[in-house]
Write a protein that binds this ligand. Sequence first.
Ligand code: HEC
Length: 104
Amino acid sequence: MGQLLLAAFAAASLVLSVGANAAGDAAAGKSKSAVCMACHGPTGTSPNPLWPNLAGQKAPYMVKQLKAFKSGARKDPIMGPMASPLSDQDMENLAAYYSSQKQK
Ligand code: HEC
């Protein structure tokens, strides 16, 4: 009985951790977003007409753009250096955070 419970618990935690990796972790993204805030606003609504809103944007699109900024496929003198230190997981997490926010 004890062993069965243990096995069920192990299986459940495996599913949970796999799920978090695949979808991006919004809480981790939020803590990583401190540097993005100055331009994109604390919750992804930008105060400047030339800086895009990120709140509510589709997560896969944002990941694609961040990868493009990092690789240089999309060129921007501001966003290139912002994206270059980010790992793929950071990008997934940031995208999960901003896509879950509402535009203000
Ligand atoms: C100094 C200001 C600044 C900072 C800081 C900044 N960004 Fe940006 N971001 C911009 C500007 C400006 C653009 C639009 C670039 C263009 O015109 O192509 C942009 C574009 C983007 C886009 C593409 C939006 C779209 O609709 O295509 C994403 C995603 C993004 N930023 C995410 C981030 C993330 C994540 C961070 C933090 C790691 C960050 N930015 C930090 C200014 C900034």
